[in-house]
Design a protein around this ligand. Structure first.
Ligand SMILES: [Zn+2]
Length: 267
């Protein structure tokens, strides 16, 4: 999919606006998650002026057709038109909050310039489903799927510490150790306070729902009847795992940049 980018001065794609920030007097730097090239950093010129023809199509969350011109340092959006502005989500504070949460996760967990079509399709499915359905499982299922597709899935079958197969018991969840921790290790961890303070209790019902997430479609997930206490545990568990995974991802990016800097300097 990168071939048309390298052959022509202009290229077309579709994408969702994940992030934007002002640059100069009237321009914006955009992070766009595209269907075929992954996450791109692009400039949109003059879009903060009231008479901009394309500015109205480049709001956060908008799914749009884009025409892009290759630049020396950064590519420039020359034309934009809406596919879906997700207007219904923008009119509801909870829905827009959930939608922005999904955008932030994608931005934090995906690398630049690498096609991530499964994540793109999952994001579109999630945002469309949110329009008509307020079930909080939508965003937790998306979070889980994103962890799965980016290689950060929590361990749900074996103890993250001793690797023993998990049996129904009083387990805990520890994102630093990679997932579920067996009862014996949970007791031993209490002596290791820095790690123990990140442990969360997790019931067998929550473990079953998370395992079900792994193998089922969004439609099947939305048919589940889930107790409030399990929903709270799912949220706490996944938020804890996401924060550790994002931190690892950021560190690895910094690390790789540092290594490439060292290699460049030693040539
Ligand atoms: Zn263990």
């Amino acid at each position: 999919m990168l071939n048309h980018k390298s052959n022509n001065r202009f290229y077309k794609t579709t994408g969702i606006i994940l992030k934007h920030s002002p640059i100069g007097e009237s321009d914006r730097l955009l992070t766009v998650f595209t269907s075929d090239m992954g996450k791109l950093k692009l400039v949109a010129r003059g879009v903060r002026k009231t008479n901009s023809k394309i500015g109205g199509h480049l709001d956060l969350l908008s799914h749009c057709h884009l025409e892009i011109s290759r630049g020396r340092n950064i590519d420039v959006i020359t034309s934009a038109s809406n596919i879906n502005s997700f207007k219904t989500l923008r009119e509801n504070l909870i829905k827009i909050g959930n939608a922005f949460f999904c955008l932030e996760l994608v931005d934090s967990l995906t690398p630049d310039n690498e096609p991530e079509n499964k994540i793109f399709l999952s994001l579109i499915e999630t945002l469309k489903k949110m329009i008509t359905n307020e079930n909080p499982l939508i965003i937790w299922y998306f979070s889980f799927k994103l962890l799965h597709l980016t290689g950060y899935l929590p361990e749900l079958y074996n103890c993250g510490n001793c690797q023993i197969k998990i049996q129904p018991n009083q387990h805990s969840f520890n994102a630093i150790l990679g997932g579920i921790v067996c009862k014996d290790c949970s007791i031993r961890l209490k002596n290791n306070l820095p790690i123990h303070k990140d442990s969360l209790p997790i019931s067998i019902n929550t473990i079953k729902v998370l395992r079900y997430f792994r193998n089922q479609t969004l439609e099947k997930i939305l048919n589940l009847k889930i107790e409030h206490s399990v929903m709270i545990e799912i949220q706490k568990t996944l938020l804890s795992h996401l924060s550790i995974s994002i931190e690892k991802n950021l560190k690895s990016t910094l690390f790789l940049n540092h290594i490439s800097h060292l290699i460049t300097n030693n040539k």
